[in-house]
Design a binder for this molecule. Structure first.
Ligand code: GLY
Length: 363
């Protein structure tokens, strides 16, 4: 199948995720289909790199259907995912006269999506927004589920809100211009879904033929893995939108990943690379605790590495690890919670992991 549609069922906040090659050229038609009339102003938020590739055609399409659209370019990179950039978006929103009936569109990767979501959640106490993710990582994870955020100097995504998008449109064609390293980083999140919930996806990813098709960016295979990933995410988010319980399993590999991103400096490792190492550490702890077998742990490690992702733990200062883990949003009532695998396709949340058990993985 060359197109898919997944519903994220959240009562009156429900929305559809459409995956289709070429959909980026027809966004105005999609907006009209979901009831967004052309008398509504649209602020499109993107960055220079993405804008150079797509914005001309994109704005032409919107204007062709009489939408009044304005572009707001933000600086690329994790170091710009902050309150200053958010404030720049508010300035443009004000100048453009964005009102309660207006709409924001995030066109780009996870940083553009997260910050646009937060801008939409807070501008005039909340307006609608659409996610159009252009990286694999944002397609399978951050564009769906309504987590929006910017970073605080003391930690990643500490300032944010839950604000669900009105719709998500995914065009796998945009992956053709994505640097290989970023594509691989996105595969880390896809592998995550295999380990936490979807054994058949894990096996699909292990298969050499499928690996070739994915590496060659064949649309059908890309659509399959994006669809599987979002289906799992949609189930989990609809059960636990605000992460009081089960949604935490989506953070598999992320606690250690955040430690690595933070202590190595944002930019040294891409998010997906850091969580690859995080999944390897979680896998090793699970092995030591007898939660899963050596064979399963090795399969996870091999799969991660086969998509060009790292599993070697970098040298980092041990002393800061606990501070970062305790400052993480995953801490509940002062207790750190870890997501550990019990088999391929099954994880659980543990609070009884002694510090020594994970600290020893860091030099
Ligand atoms: N990225 C994890 C979540 O959306 O819950």
């Amino acid at each position: 199948m060359n197109k898919r549609k997944i519903l994220v069922p959240l009562g009156n906040k429900s929305y559809a995720v459409k995956i289709e090659a070429g959909i980026l050229n027809n966004i105005s038609t999609e907006l009209l289909k979901i009831g967004i009339k052309s008398n509504r102003k649209i602020l499109v938020i993107s960055n220079e790199e993405i804008s150079n590739l797509y914005i001309e055609e994109f704005l032409k399409d919107l204007k062709g259907s009489n939408f009044e659209a304005q572009i707001c370019l933000i600086k690329a990179g994790e170091s710009h995912k902050n309150l200053e950039t958010l404030s720049e978006i508010y300035n443009v929103a004000f100048e453009f006269g964005l009102d309660r009936n207006s709409l924001m569109i995030a066109l780009g990767g996870g940083i553009v999506g997260d910050i646009t979501g937060l801008a939409a959640a807070t501008w005039l106490r909340g307006i609608e927004y659409i996610q159009i993710p252009t990286t694999l990582l944002s397609m399978v994870d951050s564009s769906v589920g309504g987590k929006t955020a910017v970073n605080h100097p003391k930690g990643k995504n500490l300032i944010g809100a839950f604000h669900q998008p009105k719709a998500v449109f995914i065009d796998p064609e945009t992956l053709k211009t994505l640097p290989k390293r970023e594509f691989n980083a996105g595969m880390a999140e896809v592998i995550k879904y295999g380990v936490i919930k979807d054994k058949s996806l894990f096996e699909f990813l292990e298969n050499e033929k499928n690996k070739n098709k994915l590496t060659n960016l064949e649309n059908k295979s890309l659509i399959k893995i994006i669809n599987n990933s979002i289906k799992t995410k949609s189930h989990i988010v609809s059960e636990d939108e605000k992460e009081h319980g089960i949604r935490a399993i989506l953070n598999y590999g992320h606690s250690f990943g955040h430690v690595i991103e933070n202590l190595c400096g944002y930019g040294e490792f891409l998010h997906g690379e850091a969580i690859s190492i995080g999944m390897k550490i979680a896998g090793d702890i699970a092995l030591e605790k007898g939660l899963w077998s050596k064979e399963e742990s090795t399969r996870q490690e091999n799969l991660i590495e086969s998509y060009g992702l790292p599993t070697q733990i970098p040298k980092i200062n041990k002393e800061n690890i606990l501070t970062i883990l305790m400052g993480d949003k995953k801490v509940r009532n002062g207790k750190m919670r870890f997501i550990l695998p019990k088999g391929i396709g099954e994880v659980d949340i543990y609070e009884d992991i002694e510090d020594a058990l994970f600290l020893k993985y860091f030099s």
